[in-house]
Design a binder for this molecule. Structure first.
Ligand code: KG4
Ligand code: ZN
Length: 339
């Protein structure tokens, strides 16, 4: 076994099947198969997701190894996402990893998906130094994380109801746009007026917590009312609706992130997770950074949404720390980044 390991990492927590190879802490390949089956349902259908993982996992792993130029026998370990996520989806990755680790007689590393989103910042330079703040915004989570070390993280604020990605996806569903709604709203918002509609910024009790469910309800009621007056209202105003919804979500996120930076007196600020691919969020965090003198870290697009590159990065540090699991390991639907 080399001092710096060669690892295969597998991600299957939701609807993307991904595999990556990391050598000496450098991600050599990151291959992801997206699932189209969920588009028409307005959200991920767990049963369809696990079946699609089963179909995708072998070709995705083979391609990741091939792209990295690494042979199975050169692997020092197998890493996989243990949670949080959909159990049926996670089971595919966990079982595959167990089989491969057993065959190759190498150790296994179990990675926390939300820690991995944060550690995506260490894949490419510029890399943050500890401590830094990370706004992790995905389909299932919205958290402000105080990152003290690779595996030492504290959630200092989080959503009390819907995640930011969910707010995008559920609004898109109301607008009869396909799943996932975030990228589509992002695209249409570029053509619309963000001030055309006013949506509330729901308040949470604790200063760094978020709430998005009131926003969704407000969009629903406003649209219902307007549609009674004009049945073509949504179609005729889709760009303005998307721009206004997106502006509200991004405003809420930036306000809380700014508050966190003040409260913790930290000037290294990052965003991660699927919603960090949003063009307005990327722009606004950069603007806030310029205003408040932050160093801002934003991952490359391929490491924002679910990917195994970030799992590989987390696994690298866990491997060096000797953090292994045995064949009895089971997936976890819930698992805090705080451990
Ligand atoms: O991190 P991720 O790929 O999966 C989870 O761990 O949940 O995040 C998926 C979420 C979805 O809600 C999707 O709509 C959102 O990220 N998303 C976006 C954009 N790209 C993906 N939201 C807004 N703008 C985008 N460009
Ligand atoms: Zn994710």
């Amino acid at each position: 076994m080399s001092t710096y390991p060669t690892l295969l990492a597998i991600e299957s927590s939701c609807d993307d099947t991904s595999a990556a190879v990391i050598v000496n802490g450098e991600v050599k390949s990151n291959v992801t198969a997206n699932q189209e089956a969920h588009r028409i349902y307005g959200g991920v259908v767990p049963e369809l997701a696990s079946r699609a993982h089963q179909q995708h996992i072998v070709p995705v792993v083979d391609t990741a190894l091939k792209k990295a130029g690494v042979d199975r026998k050169d692997l020092d370990g197998i890493a996989f996402t243990r949670g949080p996520g959909l159990i049926g989806s996670l089971l595919v990755g966990v079982s595959f990893a167990k089989g491969m680790a057993l065959t190759l007689d190498v150790p296994m590393v179990a990675v926390n998906h939300m820690q991995a989103h944060v550690l995506a910042h260490f894949i490419d330079p510029p890399r943050p130094t500890f401590p830094f703040l990370c706004l992790t915004v995905s389909g299932g989570h919205t958290q402000i994380v105080l990152v003290k070390d690779y595996m030492d993280m504290e959630v200092v604020g989080e959503t009390i109801d819907d995640a930011a990605g969910e707010a995008f996806d559920k609004t898109a569903k109301m607008l009869q746009l396909p799943y996932p709604g975030g990228p589509i709203i992002d695209k249409l918002a570029k053509l619309g007026n963000p001030k055309a509609f006013k949506f509330p910024e729901p308040k949470a009790h604790r200063p760094l917590d978020f709430s998005f469910s009131g926003l969704k309800t407000s969009v629903l009621y406003q649209l219902r009312k307007k549609k009674l007056e004009d049945p073509n209202f949504v179609t005729d105003n889709i760009n303005d609706i998307c721009a206004s919804v997106q502006a509200t979500i991004v405003r809420i996120l930036i306000k809380k992130l700014t508050k966190a930076a003040e409260m913790y007196n930290i000037n290294q600020v990052s965003i991660a997770g699927g919603v960090s691919a949003n063009s307005e969020l990327r722009q606004k965090v950069n603007e806030a950074g310029a205003k408040h003198n932050w160093q801002v870290y934003i991952p490359q697009f391929q490491y924002c949404t679910d990917n195994a590159g970030m799992i590989a990065m987390a696994a690298h540090h866990q491997f060096l720390a000797g953090d292994f699991v045995d064949q009895k390991v089971t997936p976890l639907a819930r698992w805090s980044v705080s451990g």
